[in-house]
Design a protein around this ligand. Structure first.
Ligand SMILES: Cc1ncc(COP(=O)(O)O)c(C=O)c1O
Length: 369
């Protein structure tokens, strides 16, 4: 049986989620229809909104259902930029491509971008952020910084970021996809304008996510159509996906700290933990293995029926050095030698022992390729 250590790419549907999802998939009505079938679907959707909001700690009206993290990030970044006063976006080169590529698109459309530097352990330079905000606050349209990095697991001190931006009334967007469910993400206390979340990293279905939009925030929508979701996300709402997301969010994740400690203990003799001593979530760990290619190791581990990832699986199967590790100052070779492991509710110590048993040969072989 495959040892699955790639939950940060996507995590299997949890049993409670599957039950709620399959039941809700039998709903026939469109939530916008006024007949009883439509109203039944609407009730499910609104129940999901309420329950998700309770977990996220936001107002139910602040939940805008979308198709996932990519759409939510695009909606936030392009939507905030369209309402901008300034033209400058402050972000970091270690963001997920859903953020990076949206910002690079805006750059081609005339936005100016300030790429914040980070430490070799993946921590954003808050002094630099403070300086740019002080010098250029009149030009700044938004700040976009992810809450947890999906490759290294490093946690960004979002409250400190929003406190700096709040001095000048600048909106902050955070990609909360890797954070939600794995570290405290209390939206009401966060000071964020917007936060992107997605269901499939928590045992919910792929294709369902949300953008949390604070009541004080104005966005321009990406899609125009039926005016659904406060006119921010046109398109028939997916009541079944929404309720499945709410159930996944309500089902707590196990405490992964013991697995984290075991993984570090087992793997450290062979590879280097990329986040060093920086604060991180316990369910995502990445290691570099000097002289071996992450891609080769991934294939060799796959032959041993162990599923891991090298960098982000979201780069559509394209093998390249991790842009996250490059942003942290790793060399091209080092940044190509990484493997990420990530845990879910099904992960056991035996899974990690199986990985540790396979790794010495895998690393030795990869170093010869
Ligand atoms: C940090 C982060 N942001 C955004 C996404 C994209 O989310 P989705 O797959 O729901 O579009 C991912 C997926 O890997 C991610 O890890």
């Amino acid at each position: 049986m495959t040892v699955y250590l790639d939950h940060a790419a996507t995590s299997p549907l949890r049993p409670e989620v599957l039950a709620a999802y399959t039941e809700a998939l039998q709903l026939v009505g469109n939530p916008s229809a006024i007949h009883s079938a439509g109203q039944a679907a609407r009730a499910t959707l609104e129940d999901a909104r309420e329950r998700l909001a309770a977990v996220i700690r936001c107002d139910r009206n602040e939940v805008i259902f979308t198709s996932g993290g990519t759409e939510s990030n695009n909606l936030a970044i392009k939507g905030l930029f369209a309402k901008r006063e300034g033209n400058l976006i402050i972000t970091s080169a270690a963001e997920h491509h859903a953020v990076l590529d949206a910002i690079e698109y805006l750059e081609k459309e005339g936005a100016e971008v300030h790429w914040l530097s980070m430490s070799s352990e993946g921590v954003i330079d808050l002094v630099e952020l403070s300086g740019v905000l002080e010098d250029r606050h009149q030009d700044v349209a938004l700040v976009a910084l992810m809450w947890v990095n999906n490759e290294t697991g490093v946690i960004t001190p979002i409250a400190e970021v929003t406190a700096l931006a709040a001095k000048y009334g600048i909106p902050v967007h955070s990609d909360g996809v890797a954070a939600f469910g794995h570290t405290e993400t209390n939206f009401a206390n966060s000071g964020l304008a917007t936060m992107a979340v997605t269901a499939h990293k928590l045992g919910g279905p792929v294709g369902t996510g949300a953008l949390i939009v604070s009541r004080a925030t104005n966005l321009v929508p990406l899609f125009h159509g039926g005016g659904q979701e406060r006119a921010l996300r046109a398109g028939t709402m997916d009541a079944a996906g929404a309720i499945a997301f709410a159930v996944a969010a309500e089902t707590p994740q196990p405490d992964y700290r013991a697995l984290e400690a075991l993984a570090v203990q087992l793997i450290s003799p062979l590879g280097k933990l990329t986040r060093g001593a920086a604060p991180g979530v316990p369910n995502i760990l990445s290691f570099t293995f000097e002289g071996g290619s992450g891609e080769s190791m991934l294939f060799l581990l796959d032959q041993a029926e162990i599923a891991v990832s090298n960098g982000s699986a979201c780069t559509a199967g394209v093998a390249r050095a991790s842009h996250v590790l490059l942003a942290m100052g790793f060399s091209q070779t080092e940044a190509s030698s990484a493997i990420r492991i990530s845990f879910g509710p099904q992960t056991t110590a035996e899974d990690l022992n199986a990985l540790a048993e396979a790794l010495p040969n895998v690393v030795a072989t990869a170093r010869k390729i």
